[in-house]
Structure formats: structure tokens, C-alpha cells
Design a protein around this ligand. Structure first.
Ligand SMILES: [Zn+2]
Ligand SMILES: [Zn+2]
Length: 307
């Protein structure tokens, strides 16, 4: 009875910290360069910016970003419209980076001299990522001029923010040319969310890093996971072998036996422009919904801390 009362009280409590989906596309955005036939060029409602989440901490008035995308201008403008900054400057109190592929860090360019000229925006990065930014232009200039202040992330170690929210990085297998790649578990005081936009395969994660995706989903209340391709029909076979993301169809088959309540936590994100599930009225989207999963939508919110 007490538990029931507590959960009722919690359900009614206001949300003090929440995640907001800013973008849902693969790195290069949708539509992509070189595809003049894409209907999204004619219909802005079909466009999608690169995958990114914002964390709004209503208790402290602070805002954080997960990944800095090439679409940062548009994404920050959206955020300023819906959750205006409380402080001075850009109102970005920290940026957590997953890896050094263009969709995930290139937006840092807007923090430099040619654009916002920010002062000391904390950028949380894993060791190779931080080294890459420090030692290579134009990113090194952001560090040298103090536009950004690098904050170390360490595998499995929580980076704790104000209000008790913690961000825990987990290394994942991916094409790590310039940096390691991480998925991020964002732990609020009442719920947790996994942000994992890029991974080569669930099986490799298990064999190399001994982490099972099902265990991570079990520990989360929401899981935004890599859904770059729907199936193998989107790319020529020779190209497909070089971009080994788990296909949505493969993931759905793997997760099919999970309880419905657990499947409902999974929200596919990071959709390539070739992915038919990017269209809300597609048979691919209907299949995802029928199997009990979801596709992340720009603007959707997930509460991490209540009361
Ligand atoms: Zn990516
Ligand atoms: Zn990547």
C-alpha cells in the first residue's frame, strides 16, 4: 500500500530533469548530399537532423548536450525556443561526446572564433577523443583558446552533474579511426536512459567487451539505440560489409523474446537517409510498432528525475 502511494505521488510529481530528443538522423542528416530525388528536399517535415539529445535540468536551469552535431545551430535554436537558457552565453553547460565521426562532434566548430566564441564550455570526452581534439585542427584551437574545457570521461565511471544526475560511458565496438566510441547511460534520480547511436554489432559488444545489450536495456528505463539501417537492402553488398551496424530487422529479431514492457523501452535512433523507417507512414515503421518497439521523434521527452 505504501509502495502504491509512493508511486502515485511520484507519478504526480513534476519532472525536474529530462532528456529531449534533438535529432534522429545518421551523421550526415536527412536528406543527404547527392540525393536530389529525396522528397525531404521538397517537404521540410521529412527532414531530420543528426542524432542528439539534450538534458534539461529544471532544478538548476542547466542544459547539456549529448553529441555536438553539424546541425547544432538548428538544434540549439529549437532548444532556445522550447527550453530557453537561464544563464548567459549559449546556455550550454556541458557536452558529452560519443565519438569522432562527423555527426557526433563536428558541431563543436560553432563554439570557436568564427561563430559563438564560447568561454570554457565543458566537453566530456574519452581519452583518445580528448587527445584527438587537442592535437588536431581546427579542434585544437578550441582547446587552446579556451572555447571548450575538456573534461575526462572514463569507461564505466560516472561523471556526476549537479542534482545528482550521472553519465556513465561504456566503450562499444565501432570504426574507431580517430577515437574510441561510447554509449552513454544517463542516470537521473528516478530513471535511466541509454544513448547508443553507433555500434558495429551486439554480438561483438558481448564477445569483445563482455556487455550484453539486453543487460543494459534491463538497467535502463529508456534505450535510444543504433538503427542506422532497416535491413540489408539499402546498400550494395560490398558497401554493406564496411558499415556493420545492427540492422533494425536483426535487432527486432534478437529482442523479440523480451517482455513487452522492456521492448517498449527501445526507441530506434540514428536512421540513415536510406532507412524506410524514417517515414512515419511506411510499412517498415508499421512493422516496428507491431513488434512493440518505437522510433525516436524530435522533441520527445523522457523524465530522468521527478520531484
Ligand atoms: Zn553516427
Ligand atoms: Zn560512427
Amino acid at each position: 500500500m505504501l509502495n502504491a502511494l509512493l508511486s502515485l505521488a511520484l507519478a504526480a510529481a513534476p519532472c525536474s530533469a529530462e532528456l529531449v530528443v534533438l535529432g534522429t538522423s545518421q551523421d550526415a542528416g536527412t536528406p543527404q548530399i547527392g540525393h536530389p530525388e529525396d522528397p525531404a528536399w521538397r517537404n521540410p517535415a521529412l527532414r531530420a537532423t543528426a542524432a542528439s539529445l539534450a538534458l534539461i535540468d529544471h532544478a538548476t536551469g542547466k542544459r547539456y548536450l549529448f553529441d555536438a552535431t553539424p546541425d547544432l545551430r538548428e538544434q540549439l535554436q529549437w532548444l532556445d525556443t522550447h527550453d530557453p537558457a537561464k544563464g548567459r552565453g549559449l546556455g550550454i553547460d556541458g557536452i558529452f561526446l560519443t565519438h569522432a565521426h562527423i555527426g557526433h562532434y563536428a558541431g563543436l566548430m560553432f563554439l570557436g572564433r568564427e561563430s559563438a566564441g564560447s568561454q570554457g564550455i565543458p566537453v566530456y570526452a574519452m581519452p583518445r577523443m580528448a587527445k584527438f581534439l587537442t592535437n588536431n585542427g581546427p579542434w585544437g584551437q578550441l582547446v587552446a583558446l579556451g572555447n571548450i574545457a575538456l573534461k575526462p570521461l572514463s569507461e564505466g565511471t560516472p561523471a556526476t552533474l549537479e542534482s545528482g544526475i550521472a553519465v556513465i560511458p561504456y566503450a562499444v565496438p565501432h570504426r574507431d579511426e580517430y577515437s574510441e566510441t561510447v554509449g552513454l547511460m544517463v542516470a537521473g534520480t528516478t530513471a535511466r536512459a541509454l544513448y547508443l547511436p553507433d555500434i558495429d554489432s551486439w554480438e561483438l559488444w558481448e564477445s569483445r567487451m563482455h556487455i550484453r545489450i539486453e543487460d543494459m536495456i534491463a538497467r535502463a528505463d529508456m534505450a535510444y539505440i543504433d538503427a542506422t539501417f532497416f535491413d540489408d537492402s539499402e546498400l550494395p553488398p560490398a558497401v554493406a560489409a564496411k558499415v556493420p551496424h545492427p540492422r533494425i530487422t536483426t535487432s527486432m529479431a534478437r529482442f523479440a523474446a523480451l517482455p513487452a514492457a522492456v521492448r517498449a523501452r527501445i526507441r530506434f535512433i540514428h536512421l540513415n537517409h536510406t532507412n524506410p523507417a524514417r517515414f512515419a507512414d511506411s510499412p517498415a515503421r508499421a512493422r516496428i510498432a507491431a513488434a512493440g518497439f518505437g522510433v525516436a521523434e524530435p522533441g520527445e521527452r523522457f523524465c530522468l528525475s521527478k520531484g
